[in-house]
Structure formats: C-alpha cells, structure tokens
Write a protein that binds this ligand. Structure first.
Ligand SMILES: Nc1ncnc2c1ncn2[C@@H]1O[C@H](COP(=O)(O)OP(=O)(O)OP(=O)(O)O)[C@@H](O)[C@H]1O
Ligand SMILES: [Mg+2]
Length: 453
C-alpha cells in the first residue's frame, strides 16, 4: 500500500529543503569565516611590513646620527658641531614621531622589548647631542675618538642588536599568525567537506527514496493498467455475449411468433373460411364470421410484421440489400420520411455477424431519425470495400450536438452506444457527424478472416 501522494510530496519537499538549508548555512558560515580570515591575514601582513619599516628607519637614523657625531668630532670645529647637533636633534625628533605614531597601532611585539629600545634610543640621542655640544669642539682627536668608540658606537651596537631581536620576534609572531590562519583554512575546508558529505548523503537518501517510490508507483500503475485491461476485456466479452443472446432471443421470439402464432392464426383463418361457406343464409352469422376473418387476417399481418422486425428471416434467406429494401419501405410507410438506399457491390453474402450488426445499426439509426431528427428524408449507404463494409445513415433533420462525444455516448439513450458496441465487438469503428444540416452515422465493419463468423 503506497502512502498518500500529498504526504510523499511533503516528505520530498522537506528533504530537499533540509539539503538546501544545510548547504546554504554551511556556505554562508564558511564564506564569512574565509572573508574574516583573509581580512585578518591582510592586516597582519600590513602590520608586519610597518614594523619592519619602522625598525629599518630607526637603524638608518641611528647610523646617520653616528656619522654626524663622527664628522663633528673629526672636524673639531664649533660650527660643524652645531650643525651636527641640530641634525641629530632632527633625527631624534623624526624617530620619536615614528615611535609615537607606532604606539597607537596594536603591535604584536612584546611591549617590554619596545620600551627597552626606546630607552636605549633616548640614551643614544642624549649621548650624541652631548658629544656635538659647542664645548666638544675643543676636544683633542684622541679624546673624541675614544668617546666615539666607548659611547656612540657601543650604544649603536646595542640598538642594532635590540632591533634585530625585535625583528626576529616580529618574524616569529608573523609566522605564528600565518600558521593560525592556515589552521583556520584547514578547519574551514574540513567543515566544507563535512557539510558537502552530509548534503550528498541526504541527497542520495532522498534520491533513493524517490526512486523506490517511483518504482512502487510504476508497479502499481502497471497493476492498475493490467486490471483495467482485464476489466475492459471482461466488459467486451460480456457485451458480445449480450448482443448474441439478444439476437438469439429475438430470433426465437420471431420464429415462435411466425411458426406458432402465425400458424395458429392461419388455421383460424382457414377454419373461418370453411365456417363462412357452410353457415348458409344466416346474415348475422355471415357478418360475424367475415368480421372475425378480417380481424384474424389483420392480426396475422401484424404478427408477420412483428416477427420480421424482430429478426427478419429474409436477412438469413436473402441477405442485407433485400432486407434493407423491405425495411426502408416499411419505415417510409410508417413515418412518412422519404428513404433512399444506395448499395454498392453487395452481390455476395457477408458474414452473418456483419450482416446482423449492419442491419441493427441501420435500424437504430432510422429509429433515431424518426424519433429525434424531424427529418423529411434520409439516405442509407452500404458499400463493400475489399476489406471492410461501410454503412452510412444520414438525414436532413435538425441534428444534435454530437461534438460532445463522437463515440456514441450521448447521455441516457442506449441506441448509439449499442451501435458502437456492435462495431467494436467486430473490430470496427463508429463515427457521428451532426450539425444544423442533419446527422450522419458512419460504421465500418472489417471483413478480415476474424470477422467471418
Ligand atoms: N438523427 C438524429 N437527429 C437528431 N438527434 C439525434 C439523432 N440521433 C440521435 N440523436 C440524439 O442523440 C440522443 C441519443 O440517441 P440514442 O439513440 O443513443 O438514445 P435515444 O434514442 O434517446 O434512446 P434509445 O435509443 O435508447 O431508445 C438522442 O436522445 C437524440 O437527442
Ligand atoms: Mg435511439
């Protein structure tokens, strides 16, 4: 038993929504984290570059400072000392500005190392300034050289060493940060793979369920088709059987009417003729017997007509064209509607089933003309083709909306349905064309080996 379609549809929809939600949220999360990591990586790199630049500037200014001091000491002139002093103070101001600016930036390097560097720098600039003070011009070369080596160069070495340490620290921090970022990347990649795997598994699950459901549905549809085909076959057989039974019954009743009642009435008629001859001059008796003979004759004629209508013996004896001629004449007499029969190449007898079905179809068609069409004339056309018999009944009546269904299913009536059933039972077709200018029924019976009953 399959679950209801609505439940299945809701389940599939839910499944797909779940897959999409998993996918979307994970993609959103991963892209967000990636963007964050990228921004962080860019800012760390910029910081690293700034740190390097600062250290480089410090080293360069310090070196330049020591050059100015040396020049001033070598020249030992008051004026050059003043210029060097001024330049040194300038360099100091530049470095301090850089450092001040640097402090506002969040540096990753150990603050203690920076403080030590700042202190060493301050001492260095003080020493350099002292050595280029106006009185320094009076020093001897020897004293100046010793001062340069013991103070300036020594302090410069310390600063260079400290800068190197800080640079190493920065490089270490930078590498550490890079490693962390790399870890984040690895984590995100794993996360992406995990959610992709979950979504794929879910997708496979939904696809598997859908395929299984489709297979079950297909099996059920096949079963239903088989059952419908079985039922249709049963119906077809039943309808064939009904038509045959009806024909047999009509033939029996027609024969009974003709043979039993017809014979009895004929006997009564003969007896009445004998009685009439032997009754003599009794006028009342003569009149009564004559009346009785007339009634009997009338009844006999009615019985014959009825018997013919039920199942014309002439259909079996003389075939379709003669029976149709007789039937159309009777129809015109009865209804006042002009009839015309056109038969083409019907010299040979046809299979009984085909003859009977064609006759019944024409009978029903003409009955409908008289009952519904308000027609003044109608035409019956019977044509034999190499492999089929075409029967057409057309009238000039008011027509009807046959377009509703050209297969003969026109509502409550059974006449057209019966025609279609007979045609289908013999493997033929039935078509109705109807409009303002009348109605045409066309029935085609195949004359293949199977139809030769
Ligand atoms: N030649 C025709 N002209 C106009 N209307 C027709 C004609 N033939 C059939 N019809 C319409 O089609 C309907 C169905 O016809 P059908 O023979 O199936 O049923 P019926 O004649 O009403 O009843 P039943 O034949 O079962 O006694 C009719 O009621 C009538 O309205
Ligand atoms: Mg009818």
């Amino acid at each position: 038993m399959l679950p209801p379609l609505r439940t299945v549809r809701a389940a599939f929809l839910g499944g797909f929504m779940l897959i999409f939600t998993v996918w979307l949220t994970s993609t959103y999360y991963v892209t967000g984290r990636l963007a964050e990591a990228q921004a962080r990586s860019a800012s760390i790199y910029a910081q690293f570059l700034r740190d390097q630049e600062l250290l480089f500037t410090i080293s360069r200014q310090v070196l330049l400072g020591s050059v100015y001091v040396r020049d001033a000491l070598i020249e030992s002139a008051e004026q050059s000392a003043a210029v060097a002093h001024y330049q040194i103070r300038n360099l100091q101001a530049q470095v301090e500005r850089e450092l001040e600016h640097y402090e506002t930036i969040d540096s990753s390097v150990d603050a203690a190392a920076w403080r030590r560097l700042e202190k060493e720098l301050r001492d260095y600039w003080e020493t350099a300034a002292r050595l280029t003070a106006p009185e320094s011009a009076s020093r001897t070369w020897k004293a100046a050289s010793s001062l340069l080596h013991t103070q300036v160069i020594q302090q410069r070495e310390v600063i260079t060493q400290l800068s190197d340490e800080i640079r190493q620290m920065m490089a270490r921090d930078y590498l550490q940060e890079e490693k962390q970022l790399n870890d984040v990347h690895v984590q995100l990649r794993r996360r992406l793979w995990e959610t992709t795997a979950v979504a794929v598994i879910l997708g496979f699950g939904v696809a598997f369920l859908a395929t299984r459901y489709a297979a079950r549905l297909e099996a059920q549809i096949r079963e239903d088709h088989a059952e419908v085909a079985r039922n249709r076959g049963d119906l077809q057989r039943l309808s064939e059987r009904l038509v045959r039974v009806q024909e047999d019954e009509r033939r029996t009743v027609a024969r009974e009417l003709h043979d039993e009642i017809g014979q009895a009435l004929t006997a009564v008629k003969v007896e009445l003729a004998v009685a009439l001859r032997s009754v003599g001059a009794d006028r009342r008796a003569v009149a009564a017997l004559a009346e009785a003979r007339m009634v009997t004759e009338h009844a006999l004629s009615n019985v014959r007509d009825l018997s013919q209508l039920l199942r014309p013996a002439m259909l079996d004896d003389f075939g379709l064209p003669d029976t149709l001629k007789w039937y159309l004449r009777k129809f015109s007499d009865r209804t006042g509607i002009r009839t015309e029969l056109v038969d083409d190449r019907l010299s040979e007898r046809l299979p009984t089933d085909v003859e009977v079905s064609a006759y019944r179809a024409i009978q029903e068609g003409l009955t409908n003309v008289s009952r519904h069409a308000h027609a003044t004339s109608c035409r019956v056309f019977v044509q034999r083709l190499p492999s089929s018999l075409i029967v057409t009944v057309e009238d000039d009546g008011r027509g009807f909306r046959a377009g509703r269904d050209s297969t003969g299913d026109q509502g409550a009536g059974l006449g057209l349905v019966g025609i279609r059933e007979r045609a289908v039972n013999l493997g033929g077709t039935f078509r109705i064309e109807s409009g303002d200018k009348g109605t045409r029924l066309t029935i085609e019976f195949p004359l293949t080996a199977g139809a030769q009953a």
